[in-house]
Design a protein around this ligand. Structure first.
Ligand code: CMP
Length: 136
């Protein structure tokens, strides 16, 4: 089915100049860009986005990092886009991510893993509502 998903190029990806690299891979794969915005996230939005991780020991670190500088939020669509983007990104822990994937090629740390992608249709709709409230 055609799906849409929220993708973030996190502050480490922006800082390292990898925005073009990530977007090029998404486009070459054949997915479509439906929305794109560079912004620095407010703490409240970050806590809402990562609400499911609120009880984790790394929650404070996660929110501090994701609000530490500008990120790029994207709505990406296409056939099987949710799972497809997770394959393109690679495993959450970059040390487990296959070479050829974004995390596998560009990252070593689980906290600074360049990209985020929604993990289910429910998460995608919820997360798109946080980042693009007037569009999705
Ligand atoms: P993301 O897909 O954005 O969703 C939750 C994030 O938590 C995940 O990517 C990781 O970057 C981060 N994360 C997961 N485990 C840890 C950890 N042990 N320490 C710090 N960050 C983590």
């Amino acid at each position: 089915a055609t799906e849409r998903t929220l993708i973030l190029v996190k502050p480490d990806g922006v800082q390292r100049g990898l925005v073009g690299e990530v977007i090029a891979r998404i486009e070459r794969k054949g997915f479509r860009l439906e929305a794109l915005e560079l912004r620095t996230l407010e703490r409240e939005k970050a806590e809402e986005h990562y609400a499911e991780h609120r009880e984790r020991p790394f929650f404070g670190e996660l929110v501090a990092f994701i609000t530490s500088g500008p990120l790029v939020a994207l709505c990406v669509s296409g056939e099987g886009a949710i799972a497809g983007m997770r394959t393109l990104m690679g495993a959450t822990n970059p040390l487990d991510a296959t070479p050829g994937s974004i995390r596998g090629d560009f990252a070593t740390e689980i906290g600074e893993n360049i990209v985020h992608g929604s993990d289910s249709p429910e998460s995608a709709e919820r997360e798109l509502g946080i980042f693009f409230p007037d569009r999705f």
